[in-house]
Design a binder for this molecule. Structure first.
Ligand code: SAM
Length: 431
């Protein structure tokens, strides 16, 4: 396919996503199924155009002077480094190319400065999120939000139950993997450049044999900060597909008991295969509706990796940024309060409740913790800065906890820690 066909395909995918109000990954998958002639190079190029467009949908519309889907897709192609003349030349004679945007918008794109745009446009977020993001991220919120519009790296967590980081690093050397800057068990492959795509590391021997998992560095750090250790009794109260469960199991080195629970059997389903592959032998998975009453008041550590807006993952799921509504956010906040109220009952006196979200919104994070502490005064927040320093002593000055927002919790962001956005708080039951 030539560039014109790829642009036309990207427009088709985004229009399908908008019309059917569904995740972009589904729209892309369907496009692939109904266009089997497209090769893998075309598919990744189209995917990149689609995701680049969604990450910067508003600012691209501003720079083009119009925000219809075709214009913003053309904007994303220009933003990738092709100038307007080269773009026009590349489409010349291509019968699959869509019509060029209205006169002047290609020229306007490079002439106009984004600094002239309203803050929410510069930040590439819906208007209603400007206030909550400013309240959550402070004066620097536009720069913070812009970092969520960058392409993300591919991060992996080495499973120390099965392998050492150097061994996996050697296996992934052909893909230019490097050690993560903060996580001592993390490896990173840089964000996709131009038309390329990340390697399918899941077909590598190390993945198949459980030596590593795909997991964002922020998620790895949140698990490490929880401080689970060999011999502990732990509950992963929102285990989902087991991303944190696997990380906690590795920290516990097979000693102690790790209970994994989730209310959604569909989400929990992959956990069995993943645990087997990882060699995590000390995990007891509890099916939805199982009674965990016998564990009340007994556990050293309860991890509540709560359902949330997912705002911290906008680099990877930019479509979610535009779908999120104030009503949905309110629902997530209510669910989190419910999860915390469920989870606290399992913590023994002196034990800890660790609260994690992949969000940066204060309503889901610090304010949620404050409201919990008011309702359950037998808990107190630990100093998150101290936990960061003790857990990650080699994380360097750039990642000094004061830069990450210490207090009742820590917020990691692409801008501050080079990770997805994550919030972490540790609450101790007095006793
Ligand atoms: C952020 S996801 C968990 C991700 C998972 N811990 C991981 O690292 O892969 C949140 C999970 O909470 C679950 N959940 C929602 N409400 C719950 C509740 N009241 N009790 C337990 N789990 C709940 C959801 O089904 C979802 O799987």
């Amino acid at each position: 396919m030539r560039l014109g066909g790829r642009i036309a395909a990207a427009i088709e995918v985004i229009e399908d996503m908008d019309r059917r109000k569904r995740p972009v990954a589904d729209a892309l998958k369907d496009w692939g199924l109904s266009h089997r002639f497209a090769g893998s190079g075309d598919r990744s190029a189209i995917g990149n155009i689609v995701y680049d467009t969604l990450r910067r949908r508003r600012s691209l519309g501003f720079r083009m002077g119009q925000d219809d889907t075709s214009s913003v897709v053309f904007g994303a192609v220009l933003a990738s480094g092709l100038d307007a003349d080269a773009l026009v030349a590349a489409l010349d004679g291509d019968r699959h190319a869509p019509a060029l945007p209205a006169d002047g918008s290609l020229a306007r794109f490079s002439a106009i400065s984004l600094a002239e745009a309203p803050a929410a446009v510069q930040a590439d977020v819906p208007d209603w999120l400007a206030g909550p993001l400013q309240d959550s991220l402070g004066d620097n919120w536009v720069t913070e939000a812009q970092a969520f519009s960058e392409r993300p790296p591919l991060d992996m967590r080495v499973n120390t139950l099965k392998a050492a980081r150097e061994d996996v690093l050697a296996e992934l050397a052909p893909f230019d993997a490097t050690p993560c800057e903060i996580s001592p068990v993390g490896l990173r492959i840089a964000p996709i450049a131009s038309d390329g795509r990340h390697p399918n590391v899941q077909v590598e021997r190390g993945f198949q044999t459980g030596a590593f998992e795909i997991q964002d560095e922020g998620s790895q750090l949140a698990a490490l900060l929880s401080g689970a250790k060999p011999g502990d009794t732990v509950l992963d109260a929102c285990a989902g597909a087991g991303g944190k469960t696997l990380a906690l199991a590795a920290m516990m080195k097979g000693q102690g008991v790790l209970h994994a629970y989730d209310t959604d059997r569909q989400r929990l389903a992959p956990i069995w295969d993943r645990l087997a592959r990882a060699g995590a032998g000390n995990v007891e998975v509890h099916a939805p509706r199982a009674s965990l009453g016998h564990l009340h008041g007994t556990l050293d550590l309860v991890v509540a990796d709560a359902p949330c807006s997912g705002a911290g993952t906008w680099r990877r799921r930019p479509d979610a940024k535009w779908r999120l509504s104030a009503a949905q956010l309110e629902r997530r906040v209510a669910e989190q309060a419910k999860v915390l109220a469920m989870a606290e009952a399992f913590v023994r006196p002196g034990g800890r409740l660790v609260y994690i979200t992949c969000s940066l919104l204060a309503q889901e994070n610090a304010l949620q913790v404050q409201s919990f502490l008011q309702q359950f005064p037998e808990f107190e927040a630990e100093d998150a800065a101290r936990i960061w320093q003790e857990t990650l002593p080699d994380s360097g000055a750039r990642y000094h906890p004061s830069a990450i927002g210490a207090g009742c919790g820590l917020t990691m962001t692409p801008q501050k820690t080079g990770t997805d956005g994550f919030f972490f708080a540790s609450l101790t039951r007095r006793g």
